[in-house]
Design a protein around this ligand. Structure first.
Ligand SMILES: [Mg+2]
Length: 282
């Protein structure tokens, strides 16, 4: 039985301000059985405590230590790989707090910056972009928390995401960033290390083929697509190997059966008998 699960949040546990049917009970059942659960999100604008508080308000009783946002992942990455880094941030107060708690020095301008970390920043200015641009042109390493094109600001509307700001800097400098968020597997790698397990012992659950499933496949663990969010069964059927889910579920409620090995991975997704039921396997 798989005892370590990494979950995406929006589209897996909740949509908007509403938990998905059965999701709270499923999480509680997993915890009762001793399954360890980490919540991995590309959201870089909020500190882990804010992300955990939101989950708790929705009924998912998690701790801040269970939540891995891409700002935290960037901070951990820097503390492991670049101790002594001096970072110019394009990001929010939550991102700054993650850096400072990891012991990363945040600098106010491009001067002396060894790294630029860029993500969603609702107070972006041309001056801030220019400092990031100068730093990268002067040789600072360029790290993106995520490449999300949009940020959902309502049930049907979006605003520019962190990826849109990263794209401005990629265009102006010609430098491609190292990306911390999904679909890159950096976050999964750090979570696995914190648990002391390998990819074989883990499953990743998400609602997007191009981020959640791609990251899981790149890392080499079981990838589970739930159909309660963005990606559809038809898209899963059409997906190439990099984004092909190992398992497709109608909802999170079916996850315990997968973890217990009561359904197989890697059988045909297009088997009509499988596709009719709540469980189907890619
Ligand atoms: Mg999602």
């Amino acid at each position: 039985m798989i005892q370590h699960v990494v979950m995406d949040m929006d589209g897996v546990l909740y949509r908007g301000d509403h938990p998905l049917p059965g999701a709270v009970d499923t999480l509680n059942a997993l915890w009762t059985r001793g399954v360890r659960v980490a919540f991995l999100t590309n959201n870089a604008s909020r500190h882990r405590e804010e992300l955990a508080a939101r989950l708790s308000r929705l009924g998912f009783a998690c701790a801040a230590g269970d939540v891995w946002g891409s700002a935290y992942i960037a901070a951990l990455y820097l503390s492991h790989h670049a101790p002594g880094a001096r970072v110019f941030l394009v990001g929010t107060a939550g991102m700054r707090r993650e850096m400072e708690e990891a012991g990363i020095a945040v600098v106010p301008t491009h001067e002396g910056a060894t790294h630029v970390v860029a993500g969603l920043d609702m107070t972006i200015t041309y001056e801030k972009l220019s400092h990031a641009h100068y730093a990268i042109c002067n040789g600072a390493a360029f790290i993106a928390t995520n490449l999300d094109a949009t940020f959902p600001d309502g049930p049907t509307t979006t605003t520019p995401g962190g990826g849109a700001l990263v794209a401005a800097l990629t265009t102006s400098t010609g430098v491609t960033p190292l990306v911390m968020g999904k679909p890159e597997p950096a976050g999964l790698s750090l979570i696995a290390a914190s648990w002391g397990v390998t990819a074989d012992d883990m499953a990743v659950v998400g609602d997007r083929l191009d981020t959640d499933i791609a990251a899981a496949n790149a890392f080499g663990c079981l990838s589970v697509l739930v159909l309660t969010g963005v990606s559809t069964r038809a898209e899963a059927e059409r997906a190439g190997a990099a984004e092909k889910p190992g398992v497709v579920l109608e909802s999170l409620v079916d996850l315990p059966a997968v973890l217990e090995g009561r359904c197989r991975a890697n059988s045909a997704l297009d088997d009509p008998n499988q596709a009719q039921g709540g469980l189907s396997i890619a």
